[in-house]
Write a protein that binds this ligand. Structure first.
Ligand code: NDP
Length: 295
């Protein structure tokens, strides 16, 4: 069997184009473009790259991009003050505080300070709670929502399918499981204490791997024809000395002989995250202005 490779990059480009198409209509109705503010504390190189590419994508979609950079020495109160100002700023529809924060700042307290209506990351407990109780008015975390979009594009109706999510973080695993449950999948959440993980995974029609362990999931763990979404981004040594490359949590080459469809790393889930962030900002902007949300 030849597995289909799920092209997250192409899907993300389409989604970004759809968002960009909807911006002029919003601007005409609201008298302003949707606005996304990204806050970065410190100089972590990976975070700086993410923040820069989020800013570029926001501008490319015709939205207002605001960037707030604080030194690594910034206090929690200084960061909270920035969040308060952004909450009160009428031209800001989405606020994203880039994680991880320096160890002396309480991440939960900062997330709790964001206006839930502007929480385009969907990490606020109000939004996590809405997802858990099936209230669709909340903001949904970007990475799992992107995974769901790819799954529905690939499989259509997911109702009744067995889904295994490996990983239980608040930003990927748990919201992913909630989304699949809302699609009427039978959901298992696996984690580091799960026994006989390969047997658990083998039952699944859908596998979402969000672990952070390079190529941990082997082809023999996967049911014939399963659809596999690989969220993992792991940097490993490359073929040439001194070079590195990115791999997922699934052994891609090994899995190809077993599964029905699989996302590659890179080019699968990664590009979806920013595209969904733009979509969430567009949705937040419409909701804040009392306008109907475009498809
Ligand atoms: P976390 O480290 O927060 O969570 C990892 C999860 O994996 C935990 O629940 C942990 O279990 C579980 N786990 C660890 N080891 C094992 C094991 N041996 N067997 C089974 N489960 C295990 O990571 P995140 O959820 O933040 O991210 C996961 C991966 O996704 C990372 O590679 C990250 O880089 C990537 N990522 C990619 C994004 C994208 O845009 N594509 C966005 C966000 C993340 P326990 O809870 O028991 O410790």
């Amino acid at each position: 069997m030849t597995a289909a490779i799920i092209d997250g990059k192409a899907f993300a480009e389409e989604l970004r184009a759809r968002v960009a198409d909807a911006v002029p209509g919003f601007a005409a109705a609201a008298g302003r473009a949707p606005g996304l503010a990204v806050v970065l504390v410190g100089e972590d190189p990976a975070s700086s790259v993410y923040v820069r590419s989020k800013g570029k994508a926001t501008t490319a979609a015709g939205m207002l991009s605001l960037e707030h950079r604080l030194p690594a020495s910034a206090t929690e109160n200084e960061l909270l003050e920035v969040v308060r100002l952004l909450n009160a700023d009428p031209q800001v529809d989405g606020i994203l505080v880039q994680l991880p924060l320096p160890a002396h700042i309480d991440e939960a307290a900062v997330i709790a300070a964001i206006d839930p209506a502007k929480d385009v990351d969907g990490f606020h407990v109000v939004n996590a709670g809405k997802l858990a109780v099936g209230d669709r008015s909340g903001m949904v975390p970007c990475t799992p929502l992107g995974c769901l979009m790819l799954l529905k594009e690939q499989r259509g109706d997911l109702s009744g399918l067995d889904a295994v999510v490996i990983g239980r973080s608040n930003i990927v695993g748990k919201p992913m499981a909630q989304l699949l449950l809302a699609e009427s999948c039978t959901v298992t959440i696996a984690h580091s204490r799960t026994r006989a993980l390969s047997d658990v995974v083998r039952r699944a029609d859908i596998v979402v791997a969000a672990v952070g362990r390079p190529e941990m999931v082997k082809g023999s763990w996967l049911r014939e024809g399963a659809v596999v979404i690989d969220v993992g981004i792991n940097r490993v040594a490359g073929a040439e000395p001194g070079k590195t490359r990115l791999v997922g949590d699934v052994d891609f080459a090994d899995a190809m002989g077993h599964v029905g469809a699989i996302t590659p790393v890179p080019g699968g889930v990664g590009p979806m995250t920013i595209a969904v962030l733009l979509r969430n900002t567009l949705v937040a902007a419409h909701l804040r202005q009392g306008l109907p949300v475009p498809e």
